[in-house]
Ligand binder design. Structure first.
Ligand code: ADP
Ligand code: MG
Length: 685
């Protein structure tokens, strides 16, 4: 009996060289081979009549070889031309530069061939795959839905198909059903062994769908349970913060506005988490401008009240500095003085902060990645808050957490991901959503305009500035080059200053600037000394200047939806009507679609879903970044329904207990997911 763990060299036709080559596809064992799913299928179950074939389509013909000819139509080009007699007429097969096949293609033999249909009166097919038929059995095995695999030079799709066929013809240990019969019935699943067979050699399209459904379901189930193992292990011990919270109480009483209900709800969730003796792991998701900072302040103050230290980490210096100034202004009156730690402090300044953190004198640290340096040590870290978490990897998050002994962890993100997705991606965290904006905000008016309207745009901008407001003008990254990027922004700033708005102060912000100069320019803009801020995308994240109410995005078609939404979120933070101009002349359908979505929608979730559809989950979310193993067959966007069902079963199983004997096989699979995730965290991010 064949075992899944056996090396593929046990198969006929696979020697050392081939095995080495298959390793490139991640195939080492028989089990890996079976897990190498086809990426598409060709339907040869119904042969189309020759006269119905359309030029450019991929079709399959069956016929008897009449003659094979070598042709040399041009230097360097060799053509093998085979004429064929089929049941409903004559056809021609051609191969390019494969004339060694000629010896095999003897007149009188039956052949089935698949390929692209060419021009011409007589059907001509450029062959991509063929098989010579020796008897009726061969024909039956060819006339079906054929799997097509990702292959290599030495191991073609066809070779892989043959190996897999070889495996499936034998008795295999390890393909046993690992879900209880009852649950298989309840969720209408195909049996596991049958699913593995049908995914490779489907009897028909319906069976294929069922097989895929089962395997996608399994993949999600293993992932969900695997991530839960992770959180069960990690959630063991933590700090039980005090229930009394005099500092937070005083802070929220003196705020000039009332918290939104969404903010209150999330704060309550955090309160419960922090008072519990297990470590909090909570993700707060809230659209740009939803007021995540207030929620962070609550967690920070709650820890400080009990004598613990608190830390807030942000992805950019600008954002860290802004949080620092903001917190300093709000919290110093309460006797909490934050310290700022970023890469641009001098060595001496840094040493001072290190000392204060180590001896516990400083209760609140705000900073960038500089916080996860080795030299940073805390006396008793009680809470970690990470802002704009999508900019950090799992590893960075863990590096900061590990500076304390199981501190509570709060991560905040403005990347709106559909709930079911977020639950999977952050399966080891609890999720809070701030689904409400502070009152009085007017929806940002968004327009997509072409060059022709530029003058009108500047006219409007001038009016807004004359009325006392400020504006951002953002230039995209051109051709992935920071230098070009800078040139564009510089030129535009110069042009605006010299020719369009000589009467106003215009600042320039770009990624190549020294962090100090960046902070300086930002401060001038915040304080109103600058009326217009021209920038590259460095302002994308988190910056808060309520008086700025116009956002101009140049070459907007070059930005992705998520980025456009983030950029637009820089305005509309005060009570005046905000405007966003997308200067764009999109050429592609996708570009046009993106502009339309932005003009129509201001809902971060709707935009995110659209983004997922346009670009796919891997690209939008960066699955690696989130420490997720790559999904082999499931698609996070299109398979969300299956995801929800499998989450439901995962919950039922957790309730019953994954350690129960009927789940032994499943538990093993979940553990493998968990191990892979740990490896990812240890070495690869
Ligand atoms: P984000 O979620 O994008 O981080 P911020 O925390 O920066 O949002 O908040 C955006 C703006 O809204 C800030 O100027 C903040 O002071 C203000 N704000 C936050 N909560 C409220 C509220 N409940 N009512 C009115 N304004 C609020
Ligand atoms: Mg923020």
């Amino acid at each position: 009996m064949l075992q899944l763990q056996e090396p593929i060299t046990v198969l006929k036709g696979i020697g050392k060289q081939r095995a080495l080559d298959l390793q490139k596809l991640g195939i080492v064992t028989v089990g890996d081979l079976l897990g190498h799913y086809p990426y598409r299928y060709e339907d040869r179950s119904h042969l189309k009549p020759l006269r119905d074939m359309q030029e450019g389509d991929t079709e399959t013909v069956l016929g008897t070889i009449v003659q094979a000819q070598d042709l040399y139509p041009r230097r360097g080009l060799k053509l093998l031309r085979v004429s064929l007699r089929c049941a409903d007429g004559n056809a021609v097969l051609v191969w390019f530069n494969q004339n060694h096949l000629k010896g095999k293609l003897q007149p009188g033999l039956q052949i089935v061939a698949t390929g692209k249909v060419g021009k011409g009166h007589v059907r001509q097919i450029s062959v991509s795959d063929f098989e010579l038929l020796e008897d009726a059995d061969d024909l039956r095995s060819f006339q079906r839905i054929i799997p097509v695999y990702r292959g290599t030079e030495r191991n073609s799709s066809k070779a892989i198909r043959n190996y897999i066929e070889q495996v499936l013809q034998q008795e295999i240990a390890g393909l046993d059903e690992f879900l209880p019969e009852e649950q298989i019935g309840q969720y209408h699943l195909l049996g596991y062994r049958e699913a593995v067979r049908q995914i490779h050699f489907p009897d028909d399209w319906q069976q294929l769908n069922m097989a895929r459904h089962r395997l996608v379901f399994d993949e999600f189930l293993e992932l969900t349970l695997g991530l839960q193992l992770h959180s069960i292990i990690e959630k063991k011990a933590g700090i039980a913060h005090e229930k009394a919270e005099p500092l937070a109480g005083r802070f929220f009483r003196q705020l000039p506005f009332a918290l939104t209900n969404a903010q209150k709800k999330v704060i309550l969730e955090i309160k419960k988490d922090m008072e519990r003796p297990t470590a909090m792991k909570r993700l707060v998701q809230g659209d740009v401008g939803s007021g995540k900072t207030m929620v962070a302040v609550y967690a920070l103050l709650k820890a400080v009240t009990g004598g613990y230290q608190a830390v807030l980490m942000a992805p950019t210096e600008i954002l860290a500095e802004q949080h620092y100034l903001n917190l300093k202004g709000m919290l110093e009156p309460l006797g909490v003085t934050p310290e700022l730690l970023t890469g641009s402090l001098s060595k001496k300044e840094r040493e001072v902060v290190y000392d204060k953190l180590r001896d516990g004198n400083c209760k609140l640290a705000v900073g960038t990645h500089a916080l996860i340096q080795k030299q940073v040590q805390f006396a008793n870290l009680g809470v970690v808050v990470i802002d704009e978490q999508h900019r950090f990897g799992v590893r960075q998050r863990l590096a900061l957490e590990n500076k304390g002994r199981a501190p509570d962890v709060l991560v905040m993100t403005a990347t709106p991901i559909p709930r079911s997705l977020a639950l999977t991606l952050y399966g080891d965290m609890d999720l809070s959503i701030i689904d409400e904006l502070p009152p009085g905000r007017q929806a940002i008016k968004t327009y997509c305009i072409g060059e022709a309207k530029r003058e009108a745009l500047y006219h409007f901008l001038g009016q807004q500035i004359a009325a006392g407001y400020q504006a951002y003008v953002v230039c995209p990254l051109v051709e992935e080059s920071e230098k070009m990027d800078l040139e564009n922004a510089t030129q535009l700033a110069d042009h605006l200053a010299a020719n369009v708005f000589p009467q106003y102060a215009i600042g320039l912000l770009h990624g190549k600037m020294h962090p100090r100069d960046k902070a300086d320019i930002m401060e001038q803009f915040r304080s109103g000394h600058l009326q217009i801020l021209v920038s590259t995308t460095v302002i994308e994240v988190g910056v808060d200047v309520p008086n700025a109410n116009v956002m101009v995005i140049e070459n907007a078609e070059r930005f992705g939806l998520a980025q456009l939404h983030q950029l637009r979120g820089r305005v509309g933070r005060g009570s005046s009507q905000a405007h966003c101009f997308l200067v764009a002349e999109p050429k592609t359908d996708e570009g046009k679609r993106r502009m339309t979505v932005m003009v129509k929608s201001s809902d971060g979730f709707a935009i995110a879903e659209e983004d997922l559809l346009l670009r796919g989950a891997g690209e939008v979310l960066g699955t690696r970044q989130h420490g997720l193993p790559d999904l082999k067959i499931a698609d996070l966007v299109h398979d969300v329904k299956i995801l929800e069902q499998s989450r439901q079963l995962a919950a039922e199983i957790t309730e019953i207990g994954l350690e129960q004997p009927q789940y032994a096989g499943l538990r093993q699979k979940a553990e493998r997911v968990y191990q892979r995730r740990l490896q990812l965290q240890d070495g690869q991010i």
